[in-house]
Design a protein around this ligand. Structure first.
Ligand SMILES: [Zn+2]
Length: 358
């Protein structure tokens, strides 16, 4: 059918048919855009790679290979379970710490999981530990971060890129930023599930959840953990980590920890059902209006999520939050105000169009 002949046919339709048609077209183009929920997004960061083999050890074990295998296994399981997975590296390549954090931030991920193996001058030391970002409470924790941060020295122009950051100086990484403070509870929650699974399901020695100044954790804007899966300097644990059986077991238990984390936070299969709108009405919080076009990334909006934008004339109206529940959106407005968007207000949408401002 040509375009010209389709017009008269449209006008011949009954009113009801037209309404159905309009509704159908609208539901194809407007509603999914407003109501669709993105998948839970996880960035998996296999430590080291390329010219950086990882921690040296007398057992000839190569950290970068072990952590890549664990990362790929983990990614496969998470994808099969309906998550979106982004790898900082999925092969043997060198990446700077900046590139790793940038990948996670640009993806606007919900979680960042960095995987490493530990080393120590005393080969008797063994066990797994999981870190969240924080001030080094003791020298031992600082030493682990120091080793993982040292990769910065392998980068060209590191003085310029890291603006005075000295991986060897404990005071170089100062206090938590507001952003990390907000995500700290969630990071600790995931870290404790990881450690708990390793200890209970795999009988691993649990060295606990710890805080230290890992550069990569300092610079991601989402709940983030760094898993030290075990000590490659311990002959027994090193051989264990080097086996494909252990790599599968470890990744499976990290996967299970993510599942427990999502359940604990109420992010599950019911996620989409919960967001089914009544009468196609949803509420959002308008946080800003500007002539500038900003990318809808949470780091452009002080960490706020569920971002959307509408262009009106020359102005972009930016929204955060998306709920059919008015009380929930009021809570979200409070959050936006506390982040500094003091003039935030609630906007009501019907069928994707603004119908009311409250
Ligand atoms: Zn490492």
């Amino acid at each position: 059918m040509s375009k010209v002949s389709s017009y008269p046919k449209y006008f011949n339709l009954t009113l009801t048919t037209k309404i159905i048609l309009i509704y159908f077209v609208a539901s194809c183009f407007i509603i999914p855009d407003v109501f669709s929920q993105e998948k839970f997004k996880i960035v998996i960061d296999a430590g080291h790679g390329g010219k950086d083999p990882g921690r040296p050890n007398p057992n000839g074990i190569i950290e970068k290979n072990i952590v890549l295998n664990i990362a790929l296994n983990l990614g496969r399981e998470l994808k099969n379970d309906g998550n979106e997975v982004i790898y900082t590296r999925d092969k043997d390549v060198f990446l700077t710490l900046r590139q790793r954090a940038k990948i996670a931030n640009e993806a606007d991920a919900d979680l960042f999981i960095s995987i490493h193996c530990n080393s120590f001058h005393d080969s008797r030391v063994y066990g797994s530990e999981t870190f969240v970002y924080g001030l080094h409470v003791n020298k031992a924790n600082f030493d682990v971060a120091l080793k993982e941060n040292e990769v910065i020295f392998l980068e060209e122009n590191f003085e310029k890129n890291y603006q005075g950051f000295d991986p060897k100086a404990p005071e170089s990484l100062i206090g938590l930023t507001l952003m990390q403070e907000e995500y700290l509870d969630q990071s600790i929650l995931l870290a404790s599930f990881v450690q708990d699974n390793f200890a209970k399901k795999l009988n691993r020695k649990n060295r606990g959840v710890k805080q230290s100044g890992f550069w990569v954790l300092h610079n991601t804007y989402m709940p983030s953990v760094l898993i030290e899966a075990g000590f490659i300097t311990n002959p027994k644990e090193g051989a264990y980590l080097n086996s494909s059986k252990a790599q599968k077991d470890i990744s499976h238990n990290i996967f299970n920890a993510v599942k427990r984390y999502k359940t604990a936070l109420g992010i599950g299969e019911n996620y989409e059902v919960e967001y089914k709108p009544k009468d196609n009405i949803v509420y959002k919080v308008q946080i800003a209006a500007s002539k500038r076009k900003l990318e809808l990334k949470s780091y452009n909006f002080k960490g706020l999520k569920d971002l959307s934008v509408i262009k009106e004339g020359r102005l972009y109206r930016y929204f955060s939050g998306n709920s059919f529940d008015y009380n929930k959106i009021l809570d979200h407005k409070k959050k936006a105000v506390s982040k500094g968007y003091r003039k935030s207000f609630v906007v009501k949408f019907k069928n994707g169009k603004i119908v009311d401002v409250q």
